[in-house]
Design a protein around this ligand. Structure first.
Ligand SMILES: [Zn+2]
Length: 196
């Protein structure tokens, strides 16, 4: 990036840290910032900082929240817990507006290749939530090898407690992600969930 003066080069470098942003797009974003007036740039920067400062992870479910516990944990049906990889999947499931229970974000999935084992995920916190009120745990991890291995691992831990464990029905194509699955498919996969 020798052709840019250093403040611009630094800004472009920041934008390239975002997903799907290559050098060209980063350059367009940087010039757009330079086109904005001071108030607009301040508003932009302040929003970034405020978001990071005000959005936390719920201490119960691990979802993004401004309050702790989050609104979902406060008001929804606690007899059914939907286990997901992370908070982005909560958003995807909330968008279909059908699930009335609460969530549990694992913070990832089991992955021996990346040295991610049970202790690296919020599995202990999940087990601690499983009191007599809990009737069903839906494991809605992505239909990848790691996601399915995680679902089986959780089923082995939870079923002996007398709690029904289910997973999303086939329909979400193998290897794809819940986050990017369309509403109709996801809604059907939830409705037709099967016991593990
Ligand atoms: Zn919560």
């Amino acid at each position: 990036m020798k052709e840019y003066i250093s403040p611009i080069a630094r800004l472009i470098n920041q934008f390239t840290k975002l997903p799907s942003v290559g050098a060209k797009t980063a350059e367009r974003y940087a010039y757009k910032i330079l086109d904005m007036n001071d108030a607009q740039v301040e508003e932009f920067a302040k929003t970034l900082i405020d978001t990071k400062k005000n959005v936390k992870l719920c201490s119960v479910c691990g979802n993004f929240t401004e309050t702790d516990p989050c609104k979902i944990c406060q008001i929804r049906d606690k007899s059914i817990i939907c286990v997901v990889k992370d908070a982005r999947d909560v958003l995807a499931l909330e968008k279909i507006n059908e699930f009335k229970g609460v969530y549990h974000c694992l913070g990832g999935v089991l992955n021996p290749m990346d040295n991610i084992g049970p202790n690296d995920l919020r599995i202990k916190q999940l087990l601690n939530r499983l009191d007599a009120k809990v009737k069903e745990v839906i494991v809605a991890t992505n239909p990848t090898v790691e996601g399915e291995a995680t679902a089986l691992y959780l089923a082995k831990l939870i079923k002996p407690l007398g709690i029904r464990v289910s997973c999303l029905a086939q329909g979400i194509s193998l290897g794809s992600e819940i986050e990017y699955t369309d509403h109709a498919t996801l809604s059907q996969a939830l409705e037709n969930r099967r016991e593990i």
